[in-house]
Design a protein around this ligand. Structure first.
Ligand SMILES: O=P(O)(O)OC[C@H]1O[C@H](OP(=O)(O)OP(=O)(O)O)[C@H](O)[C@@H]1O
Ligand SMILES: Nc1ncnc2[nH]cnc12
Length: 170
């Protein structure tokens, strides 16, 4: 199954010059969505982790079903002002702007092993910020998994020496 056949590319969204990779067309096919999550799960079988974190919004679509399939904790990372208890936050750059992410301070314990899951690796700004958040809490990032990676944006150079898995590359 070539997942690329199910991902729609929308030109000049949300800004001119961006080729937006739209996964709604993949999600709209239940069989392909299930296979995609199964492949993410298979890709991380070598990693030992306690918790899966995923960033709002599209990261939830990947991280939560993986947590369900593996009976692992799911920890949401959210945009500012959404989490009700005490948070740790970090600012980061996107392919098309600047944003901020927050996590509950008590959601991850010191020494826990963490997997990060998201739909897409573009510049790596989001996941790089998440790594910093997790490590600032004394936890360890054992790996990360994405449905797709925009290789031409060289996120791996920014992220550095972590186990990075992506199902498809552009
Ligand atoms: O590697 P990067 O350049 O950081 O880009 C990747 C991030 O961008 C998208 O999320 P976005 O912030 O657009 O939010 P959304 O999930 O709410 O659409 C995507 O879901 C990743 O989280
Ligand atoms: N090109 C892109 N397509 C979809 N989501 C993105 N997030 C950051 N860059 C993106």
């Amino acid at each position: 199954m070539d997942l690329k056949n199910y991902i729609r590319e929308v030109q000049d969204f949300p800004k001119e010059g961006i080729g937006f990779k739209d996964i709604t067309t993949l999600l709209n096919n239940g069989e392909v969505f299930k296979k995609t999550i199964d492949m993410c799960v298979e890709n991380v079988s070598e990693f030992d982790f306690d918790v899966i974190v995923g960033p709002e919004a599209r990261g939830f679509i990947v991280a939560a079903p993986m947590s369900y399939a593996l009976s692992k904790s799911f920890v949401p990372i959210r945009k500012p002002g959404k989490l009700p208890s005490e948070t740790v936050s970090i600012e980061y750059e996107l392919e098309y702007g600047v944003d901020k992410l927050e996590i509950h301070k008590d959601a991850i314990k010191k020494g826990q092993k963490v997997l990060i899951a998201d739909d897409l690796l573009a510049t790596g700004g989001t996941v790089n910020a998440i790594v910093k958040l997790i490590e600032s809490m004394g936890a360890e990032v054992v790996g990360m998994v994405f449905i797709m990676e925009l290789s031409f944006l060289n996120a791996r150079d920014l992220i550095g020496d972590y186990n990075i898995k992506s199902l498809i590359k552009y």
